[in-house]
Design a protein around this ligand. Sequence first.
Ligand code: HEC
Length: 117
Amino acid sequence: MNYRALFVGVGVTMLLFTGCGTENHPTPTSKPLPYESTLLGRGHQIFSSTCTPCHGQNGQGISGPALWGPNSAVAGFPGFSQLEQFIQQNMPASNPGSLTPAQAQAVASLLWHQNHR
Ligand code: HEC
């Protein structure tokens, strides 16, 4: 039995676990954790002020496509970070890149929540 190899293995495993714990992009799940409700609340505010002219108050779509509900294709985004990145770079279509990363994350959380609950 090689105890040294065992010791190193355990060390690496612990490193991996602690590494994941400090992830600063919480992936919204179907049941939001308490800290995520703050994020969703901010997402709502940004959505109402910035996205509704084209996507509608209920995400149903106007000049832009539906973002949740029966006609939404947003659930087809491969993951949360892709959605966040898309919004950050492309939305609002009238002023792409105008959201801060934190704003893009908050509004992406709202969309992710609406499409995956
Ligand atoms: C000026 C109109 C306009 C505004 C404002 C706007 N969008 Fe859009 N949005 C569009 C159009 C048009 C498309 C479709 C073209 C495209 O995908 O680039 C789109 C596409 C999207 C998509 C991709 C939908 C899909 O099914 O592929 C997402 C997500 C999205 N918008 C999010 C947002 C968010 C979040 C905001 C607010 C921060 C926002 N949009 C503001 C016009 C707008």
